[in-house]
Design a protein around this ligand. Sequence first.
Ligand SMILES: [Zn+2]
Length: 415
Amino acid sequence: MGEPVAFRCLTCGRQHAPWSVDDVCPRCGPVAGALEVEYDYPYLSRRLSRGTFAESRRLSLWRYEPLLPVSEKHAVPLRAGWTPLYACPTLAAELGLGALWVKDDTVNPTASCKDRGTAVTVAAARKLGRAALVCASTGNAATSTAGFCAAGGIPCYIFVPRSAPRAKLAQLVAFGATVFPVDGVYGDAFQVAVQAGRRFGWYNRSDGMNPMVVEGNKTGAFEVGEELRCDLPEFALVSVGDGAVVAGLAKGFLELVRVGLAERVPRVYGVQAAGAAAVAHAFARHQEGKPILPAREEAETVADSIRVDRPQDALRAVKAVAKTEGGFVTVTDEEIVAATQELARRTGVFAEPSGAAPYAGLLRLVVEGRIPSGSRVVLFVTGSGLKDPEGALRGVEMPEVIPPTLDAVAEAVEG
Ligand SMILES: [Zn+2]
């Protein structure tokens, strides 16, 4: 049902025949030439109803196959998507919100939301008969690619900045990927991955280089829509590094409206670290009528997953967020560290710093009045705290060791 009708360039508007191009518009090049997968929305709106997805009984993102570019028959066994949506009524009341939900994408197979984009991209590689994949990433997309390629018995080549956390490197090595820690920042790893992919014919899963990634990422929005019976919240917040995740969520919400399943989209807000805010700055330029690109800046933050100096999906992210009438917010590292603790303590969801950043963004938007009281809000938590234990331990006082006696426990408990 969901055969794409075109891969459309976001800059020149040229409609490429589906599958005629792997990554970006050849005329416009990387970032500017990001391609958007388009479907026959009028046809789909006649065919889809709110019950269509549940009828498939699939407990993964493949329940949305009618709105995906590839069929599940090409997928590898790992199960991405259909993650929990937790209601947080007490926290919502304390913040003056009408409702608050946490979408817990830490429970995906490799413990981050990146498994959504990877599941669809690896299925596309198999549909196209590609022998190997390449991915450059700050860490999570890389480990995701390595895991899904392991499940499919497909070789993969991974490029990460040398600063990637050890837990992520451990995952990569465990999955048997060929790993290249690059002596440079994320943008350097990305460049060499693109060059190597072209040279050796590897299918590129990197954010911004493959329209399939966003097609997977959009399923998080579909799941929220389905769980809330398409009565979508007023606001959706997610952290932003390259921009592929926020762009995917916005596209997902917009597609629910285009196929007639929802009436309006949430305002999607991207949350960035103040020290790594190239997409937020690009959005501000767009609002002033200035060019979105280039968007390259120095990047420094404790949240390694969003420590992105040259965001590869900046154009797509800015345009998608603007379509939802949302925006961007930046938060300090102190706010991110505090949010990591508070999110875990208040919801039981242990996120890595970038995964908790939307909670910090929420607090700021509420204080600034940009999210009015009574609003219904969903936070997308993108990666597990176990991905970056050192990051999670920042600002934490470690407990003291006690003798193995009841007296010692009693003294600690009773004071
Ligand atoms: Zn183009």
